[in-house]
Design a protein around this ligand. Structure first.
Ligand code: HEM
Length: 406
């Protein structure tokens, strides 16, 4: 059977409920958020381990980053679910094949993520009360090792999806038997993996600049410590943006020349954005805190454009195999689409309240009570109640209509 016939027949026969380009945009956006948070997790772990034994300020920073790892890993995992769902919707033949062919590794991915998470907690909790001389790094190393294993596995699953013309050789043993063990592990492209992992240090550098900007207002924070942190931050951001760009060239070298990826408009825009970002960081050296917020926005813009380029590349690979997401049968379903977007907006509005509270509380000196206008909290709770009522109500109505409730 032709590869394209096989791929197109594996699509969900009921089609998709809305235009594929919308799913694609959301997939890229949420992936950009996911990879930014993953970069922060990996970078914070590395910087914490490197700083742990570098005197008083280093140990204090390591302790702070130990805490960042636990929180940002939770956010990264939650943010990973979104692109996972979108990729399953528009690239389902690719995603499910990779996940069954490498089922053992897909399971190991979950083990690695869980182990990284618990070890990250071990690192944070184990050092909460230690002084610089007794800082323990063991759990930090364990967490880092599992994070890198998780990255390698999800990278392999992403790569296997891009190479459908190899699936047959990977699935059939030399003796002609169909391999059902799920142990396949193929397609590693080190340049690509490094291009997505090396920015970890740059992202953490920008985070440290934000850290200085955020805590400078607190009278109980030693200004010299904050100077130490922001200087380190801007140095990391600058140096590792350059290193990540170099890995980008390696990645480009791994891509088949027939895709002409160097001419991809997103790649070109990302490269120009990357150069401008590095130049901007050169300027930020002078006063890292003043530039911190703009640097963070610019960094995310560059990451997003690079994620668009990554998706453009996937379209090239899929196109070469005769598959396009734009050929997906669309069975427009307005109610579920509206419910989805309304839930999304509602979630953002509800989250504003705890985010505002955390932002204000973190900036107040230790022991000071911060009060927010209770109207914000009431609004957030009311929205949640209305949302539950609408979702449960719709569920009951649809089930009654379909005769599945009684
Ligand atoms: C905690 C450790 C994790 C690390 C270090 C990590 C790292 C990465 C990296 C490096 C990539 C890019 C791979 C490539 O394009 O070559 C990636 C992609 C992705 N990750 Fe994560 N990830 C982690 C956790 C998660 C979790 C828990 C989920 C899901 C809940 C997830 C969902 C995804 C998805 C959906 C993609 C894109 C796959 C595709 O486009 O085909 N990740 N991740």
């Amino acid at each position: 059977m032709e590869l394209s016939t096989f791929l197109n027949n594996m699509r969900d026969p009921s089609g998709i409920p809305f235009y594929p380009v919308v799913f694609q945009f959301l997939m890229v956006l949420t992936y950009a958020l996911h990879i930014t948070m993953i970069n922060l997790v990996i970078g914070s772990t590395v910087v914490a381990l490197a700083q742990a034994r570098r005197g008083e300020y280093g140990a204090r920073l390591a302790k702070a980053l130990g805490r960042v790892v636990t929180v940002s890993l939770s956010i990264a995992i939650v943010l990973g679910v979104a692109p996972l769902l979108f990729v399953q919707v528009i690239y389902d033949p690719f995603w499910y094949t990779a996940n069954t062919m490498s089922a053992f590794w897909a399971m190991m991915f979950l083990v690695a993520v869980t182990a990284a998470f618990y070890a990250g907690y071990g690192f944070y909790l184990g050092n909460r009360k230690t002084d610089p001389d007794t800082f323990k790094t063991g759990w930090g190393w364990v967490s880092l090792a599992f994070l890198l294993c998780a990255a390698l596995i999800i990278h392999m699953l992403s790569m296997e999806q891009l190479l459908p013309h190899h699936w047959k050789t990977w699935l059939i043993s030399p003796l002609g038997q169909y391999e059902t063990g799920g142990g396949a592990f193929h397609g590693i492209a080190l340049g690509r993996l490094l291009h997505f992992l090396l920015p970890s240090m740059a992202v953490t550098g920008v985070y440290l600049m934000l850290y200085g900007w955020y805590f400078r207002q607190r009278p109980d924070y030693d200004p010299e410590y904050l100077d130490y942190v922001v200087k380190l931050g801007v140095k990391l951001a600058f140096g590792f943006s350059v290193v990540a760009a170099a890995a980008g060239f390696w990645w480009i070298g791994e891509i088949p020349s027939e895709f002409n990826f160097v001419r991809n408009p997103f790649l070109l825009a990302g490269a120009i954005g990357g150069i401008a970002f590095v130049a901007y960081l050169g300027q930020a050296h002078l006063n890292p805190e003043k530039y911190a917020v703009h640097t963070a926005i610019a960094m995310f813009a560059v990451i997003f454009v690079m994620c668009c380029a990554r998706e453009g590349l996937r379209m090239d690979y899929a196109g070469a195999a005769g598959y396009s997401i734009f050929d997906y049968k669309v069975n427009t379903d307005w109610p579920s689409t509206l419910l989805f977007f309304a839930s999304f907006l509602m979630g953002l509005c509800v989250l504003c309240f705890p985010a505002m509270a955390a932002f204000r509380a973190g900036r107040a000196p230790r022991g000071e009570v911060v009060t927010l206008d209770p109207a914000h909290g009431k609004r957030a709770v009311t929205m949640l109640i209305v949302w539950f009522a609408v979702v449960a109500g719709l569920g009951v109505i649809v089930s009654l209509k379909n005769g599945t409730l009684f």
